[in-house]
Design a protein around this ligand. Sequence first.
Ligand code: ATP
Ligand code: MG
Length: 367
Amino acid sequence: MAQIRLKDVSKTYKGGVKAVDKLSLGIENKEFVVLVGPSGCGKSTTLRMIAGLEEASAGDIWIGDRLVNDVPAKDRDISMVFQNYALYPHMTVFENLAFGLKLKKYPKGEIIRRVNEATEILGIEGIVNRRPKQLSGGERQRVALGRAIVRKPKAFLFDEPLSNLDAKLRVQMRAEIHKLRLRLQTTFVYVTHDQTEALTLGDRIVVMRDGKVQQCADPMTIYDKPANKFVAGFMGTPPISLIHGRIVKKERKYYFDDGKFQVKLVEEMYRIVAPYEGKNIIFGIRAEDIYDKLFVSEASPENTVHATCEVVEPLGSEVYLYLNSGKSSFIARVGAHNRPEVNRDMDFVFDMSKVHFFDPETENTII
Ligand SMILES: Nc1ncnc2c1ncn2[C@@H]1O[C@H](COP(=O)(O)OP(=O)(O)OP(=O)(O)O)[C@@H](O)[C@H]1O
Ligand SMILES: [Mg+2]
């Protein structure tokens, strides 16, 4: 168990790539923090600096009360699990799990006790005598987790541990990591580029881009109150629709106008958008906040948008509709039985209390 703190940590690789840029972050004891962002944003580099596998170019890293900048990886008392689980192919599962403890010269009884405990936690007691090539992907992943667990570290660092698994197994292992976390009561730092994993696993999510933190908050805040257009666009499936247009004022009411449609803002937003009157703005609406007009009672001309349905994507439990207003594209999520024909013109109702606005220059959230 340990807190982890990073203060203004930067990493510039040889050749001048600035992978991490003045990153500051405090991770509480027993907290599960997820670092998420697109490929190359510096997630693995950050994790590897915490682990001691990469030296920070600037800044300080503490684990517990100890400044660890100059502490080698093996003395930091943390376990890291990688994407390619790197098991020893010539050893059985038991030997793979015991290997690190043997190197550290633990007594035999203690090694057996710890390995048994880990296999029980992970439900892999039945495969301890097999070698890695006799295991499924999910089982190999469990063994890799087991190798981290037996060390009883102060913190676990996971770098995309599920990305080698197929979609179904990934969902299953995600639930298992959740259980593991409840059982182990330790600090976790988990790297992924999968926003669903981030939203489901994290107590807090750190969204990164180009080596910088964009937002650090609990999952619901990240989803409902994104700090900027990037965070809004990165988190959520299907992605939030972002529509360029202008704010117009008519008879003391404010509207968003994309050039083809106009929707009225809710009054609570008037004061905040007032400085943008007549100016360009980016409007954001999530798929679940757009409804087929046939199914809503609160439709009015001021929140209804006429659009052509260009693509219908049935997903079993729901349907995504790819729509076009004649100027802008957006995506709605509707019920499984609502399957309009392609190229049909339809009316959609926007839940205007849920929409976002972004400044087109800074890309920061206005609402
Ligand atoms: N050893 C290295 N030498 C030089 N540049 C590197 C090195 N490792 C990473 N980089 C660069 O640093 C940046 C951040 O890399 P990093 O591996 O931290 O990204 P990431 O967020 O983990 O991406 P991914 O999701 O693809 O794993 C990238 O531009 C990458 O090309
Ligand atoms: Mg990586």
